[in-house]
Design a protein around this ligand. Structure first.
Ligand code: ATP
Length: 369
């Protein structure tokens, strides 16, 4: 079993000093045996520090990290049975690919030489790098170096993989290919994996579950779809999804939300679930905003808008809309099918369907529905 558990893990840098930084704050989560968990969040939120504590490259200020039943807080990195893959690849430049791959096995096991050779060659074949075994890292492309770095982790047959933005130095096309390949590889090997990225698309497409961090604090752990459809709070709602959810600050009175540009009546069942919240942010995903040419016959949830900019993105368009009476510049986004004919300056009707809205309490950011 290689279940990984973080129990109230905290990391304070410069503990007690004048510029103390709480990089990770009371983080608790379990990563199941064989699971692919993606740790995602903006720059500086504590992702790398979390990973480095699991790897043993950083001490834990408070709390406990367990691999299976074993507490590993005080184990040396070499004794943890965990392999880490870095963004920079961290290959030894003076060693060949073969030597780089052998190194970990020679250091941490007393495996006989011919067994090491056959493991290295088997893994190299699996990674498609068998022709590169006698080259030095400087003689490889970025993508090849990445494969070697992964191969070096895999050959050790560890209980867990830790990956810190391993694809971010690759170009967009190769990154997309490697994402799929990594997922397949991880599923085949069945090794518990924690993968760090600041890229929500990577998180959404790769993780069995994702853990969203902000400012050292865990905001939500769930499947990509759970985090997308039922975000715990405004931060997760805004971070997950591309383009981001539209947010409108409103004042609530009974079952009516009043924003600067519009009033929005809430269905009674929704309004009654909001408790005493009076400052409420209304959120709607761009793909849930419906756009139609006519601006007459506006219903309660339809608004007269002007198209500001149309941004084609492959199959669809991101349409930046302005409420017809709003000053220039204040826009929100609707994503519509690329086949539709909408141009800047068009007057359109935009519908924000009550079934698609998200509501957040402005005092806490917590989701109200
Ligand atoms: P990025 O995506 O930019 O790599 P991250 O989410 O991985 O960011 P961390 O590198 O874990 O974030 O940093 C978390 C916080 O801890 C930041 O405020 C950072 O400045 C701080 N920090 C990280 N390492 C140290 C250190 N050795 N000493 C002091 N503060 C540190």
């Amino acid at each position: 079993m290689a279940e990984l558990t973080l129990d109230s893990v905290t990391k304070v840098f410069n503990d007690g000093g004048s510029d103390e930084v709480v990089a990770v704050d009371d983080l608790s989560m379990g990563i199941e045996d064989g699971e692919f968990l993606v740790l995602v969040g903006p720059s500086g939120c504590g992702k790398s520090t979390t990973l480095r504590m699991i790897a043993g490259l950083e001490t834990v200020t408070d709390g406990e990290i367990r691999l299976g039943e074993r507490t590993i807080n005080d184990s040396s990195p070499a004794d943890r049975d965990i392999a880490m893959v870095f963004q920079s690849y961290a290959l030894y430049p003076h060693m060949t690919v073969r030597e780089n791959m052998r190194f970990g096995l020679e250091e941490s096991t007393d495996m006989p030489d011919d067994e090491i050779r056959s493991k290295v060659e088997g893994t190299a074949a699996m990674m498609g790098i068998e022709d590169l075994l006698d080259r030095k890292p400087s003689e490889l492309s970025g993508g090849q170096q990445q494969r070697v770095a992964l191969g070096r982790a895999i050959v050790r047959d560890p209980s867990a993989f830790l990956m810190d933005e391993p694809l971010s130095n690759l170009d967009a096309k190769l990154r997309a290919t490697m994402r799929t390949e990594l997922q397949r590889l991880q599923a085949d090997l069945g090794v518990t994996t924690v993968y760090v990225t600041h890229d929500q698309t990577e998180a959404m497409t790769m993780g069995d579950r994702i853990a969203v961090l902000d400012d050292g604090v865990l905001q939500q752990v769930g499947t990509p779809l759970e985090c997308y459809h039922t975000p715990n709070n405004r931060f997760v709602a805004g971070f997950i999804g591309e383009p981001s959810m539209n947010f409108f600050p409103t004042a609530r009175s009974g079952d009516t939300l009043s924003a600067e540009q519009f009033t929005y009546p809430l269905p009674e069942a929704v309004a009654s679930s909001l408790g005493d919240a009076t400052e409420v942010t209304l959120g709607v995903r761009p793909e849930d905003v419906e756009v139609r040419p006519a601006v007459d016959d506006l219903g309660d949830h339809d608004f007269a808008c002007v198209v500001d900019v149309v941004e084609p993105v492959g199959e669809s368009n991101n349409v930046y809309l302005r409420f017809a009476d709003a000053p220039e510049g204040e826009t929100f986004i609707a994503t519509i099918s690329g086949m539709r004919n909408v141009a800047a300056g068009d007057r359109v009707g935009a519908t924000i369907p009550p079934s698609a809205i998200h509501l957040f309490d402005d005092r806490t950011g917590a989701a109200l529905r």
